[in-house]
Design a binder for this molecule. Structure first.
Ligand code: IFM
Length: 453
């Protein structure tokens, strides 16, 4: 399968944005350069057993030094937009809270270059790299971190103004809160449900308080947030499995989207996990329910859910699927779940326009004779683009699609062992090679009728 959409597809029109995405910690390296302070991920990587092969972000894709060549690469793909994140630890000095001009200058160079090349800039303010000095004071468990984030958002929006087309406050607060504070598989490696829920509330509150601040500085910019969804399907029609699936979806999806869209948390979770509920102050939920210009949705896979075994601490369990296609990271390939998710969310909520801000596959890629034949990723992207197209045709407002990722990079607890890029990175030489999927993505984008390339 190659990447192909009909010329009259809604995705092939000039008002639909195609892009590629990355995040600072995953590609930049140079973690002590020019006043960058330690982040929770620098520290987490040093702890034995936390990251596969004890990999870390010290060099990553060396994008800190190779950013100009990487922008050439991005431009060569023919994308309309590039989604990157700014590393908070590069911007604020931990000693006195002052602004690190060198950190801003690094992103000035990148953003000005993208502006000059007419590539729309989508910036994420927080893609998981909390400055360690804030974690030392409790991180996302401490309400003071909310204000620290708002101050940082003010620095960035006051400085970059509308040079940034789209501001995203947070990428995947589910991961920061639950993987970081409940399941201990991501930084900072804390482990309790109560902490996970408290961190989630503070992340959402920080979003709600930052949005008006960004708007004050950039009236024309788009402001939103990015959520990840792994929708749960019930393993059977038994009442117990159906109920467990509802709890799974309420806990993992609606706990994040419902307060953003409706200013309330799912009552099922409030009742079932009453002992673990976060501290919520008067007015918090109204702040979280602030108007946004778009919702970013990251989608990779679905989950199959069943009632838990007796005596289990959880109220649901995940059922591994055999005899279905998986990617190299063990995630089921299920494009119809993306279509169902989009139409379901659209049915339940009054949504702002949506961007698919991440979608992609980890594959066991190999560079052979200068080429990478990542057919599985090509098929994956094609199937998911068709799922998006179908949802658009059925009335869901979707304004863009970003492939995750521009290039192979540091895949968090998996280190460099999993490759998500459409561009292959040789980490020894730092050479980049377009995979088949990148060639196909470029062909698709260049085949749009309004493009003269
Ligand atoms: O690499 C990550 C990214 O940082 C956030 N979304 C999911 C991707 C794949 O795991």
């Amino acid at each position: 399968m190659t990447l192909k959409l009909d010329i009259d597809s809604p995705l092939m029109q000039a008002d639909f944005t195609f892009g590629v995405a990355t995040a600072a910690f995953q590609i930049e390296g140079a973690n002590t350069a020019e006043g960058r302070c330690e982040s929770i991920w620098d520290k987490f990587c040093q702890q034995p057993g936390k990251v596969v092969n004890a990999d870390d972000g010290a060099v990553a894709c060396d994008h800190f030094h190779l950013w100009r060549e990487d922008i050439d690469l991005i431009e060569s793909l023919g994308v309309d937009a590039y989604r990157l994140s700014i590393a908070w630890p590069r911007i604020i000095n931990p000693i006195d809270g002052s602004i690190n001009a060198k950190g801003l200058a690094f992103y000035d160079n990148i953003i000005n270059e993208l502006n000059a090349r007419n590539i729309k800039v989508f910036v994420t303010l927080y893609h998981w790299d909390l400055p360690q000095y804030l974690e030392d004071n409790g991180g996302w468990l401490n309400r003071d971190t909310v204000q620290a984030f708002v101050d940082y958002a003010e620095v960035i929006s006051a400085h970059f103004k509308e040079r940034i087309y789209s501001y995203c406050t947070f990428n995947e607060p589910w991961c920061s809160a639950y993987l970081g504070y409940q399941y201990a598989v991501h930084a900072p490696g804390k482990k309790s449900r109560k902490m996970g829920l408290q961190a989630a509330h503070h992340l959402l509150l920080a979003h709600g308080l930052a949005v008006p601040v960004i708007r004050r500085h950039c009236a024309e910019a788009q402001v939103g947030i990015v959520l990840n969804f792994t929708p749960g399907d019930s393993a059977s029609n038994s009442p117990a499995d159906l109920q467990a699936t509802q709890i799974y979806n309420d806990y993992n999806s609606h706990w994040f989207i419902q307060p953003l869209m409706q200013g309330s948390y799912p009552s099922s979770i409030e009742q079932l996990y009453a002992e673990d509920l976060p501290v919520i102050e008067a007015g918090d939920l109204d702040q979280i329910n602030v108007d946004i210009d778009y919702l970013g949705i990251n989608f990779y896979t679905r989950a199959v859910v069943a009632a838990p075994d007796s005596n289990a601490d959880e109220l649901f369990q995940l059922v591994p699927q055999t005899d279905v296609e998986h990617t190299d990271i063990g995630w089921e390939v299920r494009p119809t779940a993306l279509y169902t998710l989009l139409t379901e969310l659209n049915r339940i909520y009054s949504l702002p326009p949506i961007y698919i801000t991440e979608n992609g596959a980890a594959c066991d890629d190999h560079l052979l004779d200068g080429q990478v034949d990542d057919q599985q990723r090509c098929d994956y992207l094609q199937q998911h683009l068709l799922a998006v197209e179908r949802a658009v045709r059925e009335g869901v407002t979707i304004k863009g699609y970003f492939a995750w990722s521009l290039m192979d990079n540091f895949e968090w607890a998996e280190g460099y062992s999993k490759r998500f890029g459409i561009v292959y990175v040789d980490y020894q030489s730092q050479q980049r090679t377009l995979k088949k999927s990148a060639h196909n993505y470029r062909k698709l984008l260049n085949s749009r009728s309004f493009i003269n390339r």
